[in-house]
Design a protein around this ligand. Structure first.
Ligand code: DX5
Ligand code: ZN
Length: 226
């Protein structure tokens, strides 16, 4: 069975108590902290930058999973690597030179991910998939928490899983398949069955009264999905 990793998105946390929220969600069983970075340019919303990542880093004993929704990408990716990111994912439309951005993220000692919007074809993985550590399938249009899961993502997750398995068979390299947007206790089993192994969830976790209970319920659904 694949590993199941739950990555709470702090976009839905109480920003007035961000340090406490991050500690609480890690104590509740989070495997990673998903850090949504928006620039009011690539997406119509504005969130947090590397200063906040650096401030949280000492409070975070799990990997920091940075999701860049910014353009241009390279300078901000570098700043997040220096601020303590473990994984940096970006959108191919936001970088003029996708291969160069992947190399830059690796040069800074981080894992690199490509984030694929609902209307972006999987062709963008051609020629770069072997270099990626993560494929991040967006199951909502990026920009806001609390949106509904777009069902078309299931087929895309399955196709991505096939491509990732082909790389593993050929090279032995494991690429993580992460899904982001509208993931809840009641659909996470289906998302896992489609082939995902890392699940971003913002509103479903931070909007619940009991983070540990919600994360445990998510894990149980993934385990049931087999
Ligand atoms: C959307 C972000 C997601 C989002 C997830 O642009 O990338 O990480 O915050 O939030 P929920 O789980 O509420 O859809
Ligand atoms: Zn995200």
């Amino acid at each position: 069975m694949r590993t199941c990793q739950i990555a709470p998105s702090i976009l839905s946390a109480d920003f007035a108590r961000l340090g406490d929220e991050v500690r609480a969600v890690i104590d509740a069983g989070a495997d990673l902290i998903h850090f949504d970075v928006m620039d009011n340019h690539y997406v119509p919303n504005l969130t947090i930058g590397p200063l906040v990542c650096r401030a949280l880093k000492p409070h975070v004993r799990v990997p920091i999973d940075v999701h860049l929704m910014v353009t241009p990408v390279d300078a901000i990716a570098t700043a997040f690597a220096e601020a303590g990111a473990t994984i940096i994912s970006f959108h191919p439309e936001a970088s003029l030179h996708v291969d160069r951005t992947i190399a830059l993220i690796h040069e800074h000692g981080c894992q690199a991910g490509l984030a694929i919007n609902p209307a972006t074809p999987l062709d963008c993985l051609d020629h770069v998939l072997d270099k990626l550590d993560v494929v991040l399938i967006m199951s909502v249009n990026p920009g806001f928490g609390g949106q509904s899961f777009i069902d078309e993502a299931y087929a895309k997750i399955a196709l991505t899983r096939t491509r990732i398995e082909a790389v593993a068979a050929r090279t032995g390299r494991e690429i993580r398949l992460e899904v982001d947007g509208g993931v809840k206790v009641d659909n996470i089993g289906a998302v896992a069955r489609a082939g995902a192994e890392r699940f971003v969830a913002g509103s479903a976790i931070f909007g619940s009264g009991d983070y540990a209970k919600t994360i445990a319920a998510m894990r149980a659904e993934v385990a049931r999905a087999g």
